[in-house]
Design a protein around this ligand. Structure first.
Ligand SMILES: [Zn+2]
Length: 251
């Protein structure tokens, strides 16, 4: 109990110098690290909280990764080293995927409709690539922005062909049995309806069933099925995201 009170007191004192506090925390107070970021190696008692949505233990102070980026690092690492020329495409690039990909030997590229961070500009519903051009595509928190997500799913699967993998994460409301969207809704209402002003739907628990009519091969992979409880706890895979959807061209 005393250790917990001391930890809380130190946490309050150290808040203004949070990026530096974790090392001091360990060396001065000798509190063992309970989380470690698989992307950048940063370790500490816990990760930072996110503000929207408000969630504890979510953002790595070293690389700013949330749980989906840490899960990606673990997942691709477990798949092992890749031969030269293995190509990975990130849709709507952000933070850490490039570092993860290049560290593991992938040839990295990125695409977005207009973001200056993207190496290529293109429409997710008409990607500027040949069939099977990539071995892996990473598409995290993008499809909830796309009005025609079924066409986007088909495009993503097309560019990896039958032998690649599209690794998808979408936010969803686990209380909803069915995805909610209203094509006639006023964009001014998107924040109220979908939780963010540039989202066009709120996915429910029917994500896989929703995409089945595309003809794309879909595998829903909860992170509890691919990582050990220790990996889960150390990487703090405990936010709202909890699974990948793996897509590839259907047979
Ligand atoms: Zn990190």
């Amino acid at each position: 109990m005393a250790a917990i009170q001391l930890e809380r007191a130190w946490s309050a004192i150290a808040r203004p110098v949070r990026p530096y506090s974790r090392a001091v925390h360990r060396t001065v107070l000798r509190v063992p690290a309970r989380v470690e970021c698989p992307v950048c190696g940063c370790s500490g008692v816990r990760f930072q909280a996110s503000r929207k949505p408000r969630r504890p233990n979510r953002i790595c102070p070293g690389c700013k990764s949330t749980e989906r980026y840490r899960a990606l690092q673990l997942y691709l690492t477990e798949r092992g080293p890749v031969p030269p020329g293995t190509r990975l495409l990130e849709v709507a690039p952000i933070h850490t995927v490039r570092a993860t990909a290049e560290r593991l030997g992938y040839e990295y590229s990125s695409v977005d409709l207009r973001s200056a961070k993207a190496l290529v500009h293109g429409d997710l519903c008409a990607l500027p690539y040949a069939d099977g051009a990539f071995d892996v595509v990473v598409c995290f928190h993008v499809l909830e922005h796309v009005p025609d997500d079924l066409t986007a799913v088909q495009e993503l699967a097309r560019v990896v062909g039958a032998d690649g993998d599209v690794i998808v994460v979408v936010p969803r409301d686990r209380r909803l049995a069915e995805t909610f969207e209203d094509p006639d809704a006023d964009p001014a209402d998107y924040e109220r309806l979908y939780g963010q002003s540039d989202h066009v739907r709120m996915y429910g628990e029917d994500v896989t069933a929703r995409w089945v009519p595309t003809g794309v091969a879909i595998e829903e992979v909860p992170w509890t099925a691919c990582f050990t409880p220790d990996q889960h706890a150390r990487a703090a895979l405990t936010g709202d995201d909890d699974r990948f959807w793996l897509l590839r061209a259907g047979a």
